[in-house]
Design a protein around this ligand. Structure first.
Ligand SMILES: Cc1cc2nc3c(=O)[nH]c(=O)nc-3n(C[C@H](O)[C@H](O)[C@H](O)COP(=O)(O)OP(=O)(O)OC[C@H]3O[C@@H](n4cnc5c(N)ncnc54)[C@H](O)[C@@H]3O)c2cc1C
Length: 389
């Protein structure tokens, strides 16, 4: 382990904690990474992530993008449908910001297992990382002060956050979310769908060939009932809500239902402890923002911890600066997802008019499409300054 840089403890080896551990280890920090799950359990979650351009940039900077390319399912079109008013609009690579356009891809879908196996194999080989996986005694840190920084990346039920009594704002949605992997019949695989339905948004994300991840938001009880159905009954129900032309053929995993919430820690640090990823915030999965938002936390922390001023003055100023730098992005994305869910789950005539107008503008104004796609893809804060190349 390195002697010159202060040692760092990371609680949680999910996609946020593991990626951050790798980034900091590359820079020479000694990392102590803890998770109560073992490596196999960490990798085995059945989920796919929609990656945006901000995540592409971070993965490229960390030297992981090229290794992931063979496993990514790109989508060149994102089709947004408003089922309440039967209108739709397509976002294509032409709507991307110039600095993203060379990829000719709106976004990518990446399977959790593939991502985590790559991260785990790199962490296991790193001389700067000590892994404490599958150990029950994750909670007691020797003392926070044995470490330059303690990073809580232990997910939405963060034991670190609860133990240190961080304030936590949280609102549970009536809606839940059901995820399932489904094979469709005769379908072009380079299109992703976000359909706004009165019971909640439905995302259909291409996993390669004719396989798709379905993220179906609806009242939680209904999600739970759907998850209990026999395969054929489930596929019949799915059939009734799919966009025109999509026909389910095979169910590839067991559907799982989750409650949904919007949450935020009003302060992301206390002394030398910082909340990163879903330990510090959570939002509705509409628009697939979740993991991308978590990784922008990781990116900010990496930038702060590897900056020249941090090298000179140490880590003392990092926690407070991290909270300051992350707030705008977290608040705006959280609010935007919340407004979208409320707006599109509502049938008030005034709101139907707003939706009609919004879709009309998106359809007819390339500038409006570009700005909306940039906010979704790189974060709203990038609208205020230049995007990195
Ligand atoms: C149904 C659903 C669908 C989603 N779809 C998408 C999508 O399409 N695109 C997208 O970008 N995001 C999506 N998300 C969000 C995404 O899953 C999360 O943003 C992401 O998992 C957050 O990563 P994380 O590492 O912060 O937390 P987690 O993935 O929750 O990882 C936390 C880790 O901490 C560990 N841990 C727990 N307790 C302790 C402890 N006491 N000490 C140490 N470690 C501990 C856990 O074992 C786990 O490994 C979805 C979420 C849900 C629920």
């Amino acid at each position: 382990m390195t002697g010159s840089l202060a040692p760092i403890r990371i609680n949680g080896a999910g996609p946020t904690g593991s990626l951050l551990a790798l980034g900091l280890a590359n820079f020479g920090y000694a990392i102590y990474l803890h998770d109560p799950l073992n490596a196999e359990q960490i990798c085995s979650r059945s989920r796919a992530y929609a990656l945006t351009h901000s995540s592409r940039r971070l993965l490229t900077r960390l030297g992981l993008w090229n290794e992931l390319i063979p496993f990514l399912s790109p989508f060149k079109t994102l089709r947004l449908e408003d089922r309440g008013i039967n209108k739709s609009v397509n976002f294509t690579d032409l709507d991307l910001h110039l600095s993203n356009r060379a990829t000719r891809t709106v976004g990518w879908i990446l399977d959790h297992t593939i991502l985590m196996k790559l991260l785990m194999s790199k962490l296991e080989r790193s001389i700067h990382v000590k892994l404490y996986l599958g150990e029950d005694n994750c909670q007691p840190f020797q003392s926070n002060h044995d470490f330059g920084l303690v990073i809580a990346a232990d997910g939405p039920r963060s034991a670190t956050r609860i133990r240190l009594k961080f304030p936590w704002w949280s609102h549970s949605y009536d809606q839940g979310c059901l995820t399932a992997k489904v094979r469709f019949r005769d379908i072009e695989s380079e299109q992703a769908f976000e359909c706004f339905r009165p019971e909640g948004p439905l995302a259909i994300l291409p996993l390669g060939k004719s396989d798709f991840q379905v993220v179906w938001s609806a009242p939680l009880d209904r999600c739970r009932q759907l998850a209990e159905l026999q395969t054929s009954a489930f596929l019949d129900q799915l059939c009734t809500i799919l966009p025109h032309g999509l026909e389910p053929d095979v169910l590839l995993d067991s559907p799982a239902a989750f409650p949904l919430e919007i949450s935020l820690a009003p302060k992301l640090h206390r002394d030398n402890v910082v909340l990163v990823g879903e330990s510090g915030h959570r939002c509705h999965p509409v628009g697939g923002q979740g993991l991308n938002l978590c990784w922008r936390d990781a990116e900010t922390l990496l930038q702060l911890m590897t900056s020249a001023s941090c090298m000179r003055r140490g880590l003392k100023a990092v926690p407070a600066r991290y909270t300051r730098l992350r707030y705008f992005d977290l608040l705006t994305v959280g609010l935007a997802t919340d407004v979208l869910v409320r707006l599109f789950s509502n049938r008030q005539s005034g709101l139907l008019f707003v939706r009609r107008f919004g879709i009309f503008i998106l359809k007819h104004s390339p500038w409006f499409r570009r700005v909306s796609l940039q906010a979704m893809s790189d974060g709203p804060s990038t609208l205020l300054h230049d995007l990195p190349n």
